[in-house]
Design a protein around this ligand. Structure first.
Ligand code: GDP
Ligand code: MG
Length: 182
């Protein structure tokens, strides 16, 4: 049997976090290897997909991003339904975006109501670490790891969607985590 006829595993993951933290940029950097400095809150699609291989498994990662509704309205049941991993994103330079993480986490658990809420896999990404050579950050790596550790086993990575730093690594971690939860 060749690769084209082999079954692919579909994994749904969703990106959550305050408006402006870089969710869309992260996804665009990962899927299209592009970064735009211009703020565009709408992408016009519910999700994008990326094919990858993890060990001997062919995987299609289906990444759901908001179209900017995170600011003013709820995202709707279809957005959350069936997600195998939830990626929480904040901006290391904006305290408020770190403080709202818990609200996003709880909103996810409420809307997606996974079978085992305590064991549901989240991944936390601290984005925009490139800004001001890291001098403008207000949330330390230690604080972020502390947040993760006190809520179970949440992996933490620091990224720059602008420079592409740790973006592939982050989504590989996301895909592995989602696969384990499939
Ligand atoms: P979203 O609302 O969470 O989807 O955030 P966007 O992806 O639209 O990004 C908001 C703004 O931050 C845009 O102007 C992006 O160009 C910028 N941005 C996103 N990621 C980074 C990053 O890693 N570094 C820097 N310096 N700017 C970023
Ligand atoms: Mg966006």
């Amino acid at each position: 049997m060749d690769g084209s006829t082999r079954k692919r595993t579909l994994l749904k993951v969703i990106l959550l976090g305050d408006s402006g933290v870089g969710k869309t940029s992260m996804m665009n950097q990962y899927v299209n290897k592009k970064f735009s400095p211009h703020y565009k809150s709408t992408i016009g699609a519910d999700f994008v997909t990326k094919e990858l291989q993890i060990d001997d498994k062919q995987v299609t990662l289906q990444i759901w991003d908001t179209a900017g509704q995170e600011r003013f309205q709820s995202l709707g049941a279809a957005f959350y339904r069936g997600a195998e991993c939830c990626v929480l994103v904040y901006d290391v330079n904006v305290l408020r975006s770190f403080e709202t993480l818990n609200t996003w986490r709880e909103e996810f658990l409420k809307q997606a109501h996974p079978a085992e809420p305590d064991n549901f896999p989240f991944i936390l990404l601290g984005n925009k670490i490139d800004l001001d050579g890291g001098n403008s950050r207000v949330v330390s790596e230690w604080q972020a790891k502390e947040w993760c550790d006190s809520r179970g086993n949440i992996a933490y990575l620091e990224t720059s969607a602008k420079e592409g730093y740790n973006v592939d690594e982050a989504f590989l971690c996301v895909a592995r985590t989602a696969l384990a939860n499939e």
